[in-house]
Design a protein around this ligand. Sequence first.
Ligand code: FAD
Length: 317
Amino acid sequence: MKVTDHIKQAKDTLISFEILPPLKGKGIQSLYQHLDPLMEFKPSFINVTYHRSEHMFKKNADGSFQKVVVRKRPGTESICASIMNHYSVDTVPHLICGGFSINETEDALINLNYLGIDNVLVLRGDAAKNETAFLPEPGGHRYASDLLKQVVDLNAGVYLEEDLKNTSQTKFCIGVAGYPEKHFEAPNMESDLQYLKNKIDLGADYIITQMFFDNEKYFAFVKACRDIGIQVPIIPGLKPIYTKKQLTMLPKVFHIDLPTALSKEIMKCETDADVEKVGTEWLLQQSRELKKAGVPVLHYYTLGRPQIVGEVVRQIL
Ligand code: FAD
């Protein structure tokens, strides 16, 4: 079922989770162990992130180095299918521009359609680890909006081979990313919002936000979106904090701010167990306020700490 149909049919705020594929070498059981404790909360859908290949240098026996291409977390599409089979829950594979030609993208979409997956989250992806700025694959897409157009085309039965006749139409529900604190490459909020509106005008059905720790930023973002005519659901993305290291890591990696009150509380903590208590309480208060404000879905980045998310969700349902 489509994410937007879940939202239309809901009488209250829904719950959804986001997970990473397991590291290569780990079995699907490791993923089920992560998800099992969360399934009692009946998530409406589960997102699975996409991780492109990385270039690395491997040391040879003679001391020289060899450049190798490594994909640490493969399997997004098949993991989505496995989760659907195992738990009977809808999944949302993330699909990125980086590393894909348009033909490979089309094949990936055809596979997802065959697997019975109704949703995709369409993204550009970040720069590859060895590059300073995002570079599209030769024959690939530069922006999420270009990839979005390809999905919209396929939903209309338009494939890359123009002479295909009587084609079947896919029916993907399409999500896109939004940034309450601005995407880090955008010169200003106004241009970032205009490009976001462009994605909606091209056919995106809903927005999921980058994580934020200050609800006021989300509320201001929603208002700014509505002011320029974006009417689709805007799903808040939420993440627990549980280590002191995250105080500097999260702003560095995700280009977001941590509120002064939260960072002061974390600085006072002696151990990461103390940080976890502060972070759990913060996430709980954020979730309560957002639910009270009537957000369509609370979307949790569960990553390494499903039990914190479980503890919070138990208290707000
Ligand atoms: P875009 O919408 O293409 O925007 C990128 C930048 O270009 C922005 O600054 C925008 O303002 C600007 N822009 C957009 N269109 C144009 C245009 N036509 N001309 C000029 N400028 C333009 N990354 C992964 O690799 N895998 C994942 O699974 C993943 N999941 C994510 C999930 C969520 C909810 C979020 C918020 C992010 C996720 N990311 C993921 C990270 C994402 O790929 C990066 O943030 C990336 O840098 C931007 O992606 P985007 O889809 O927002 O890009």
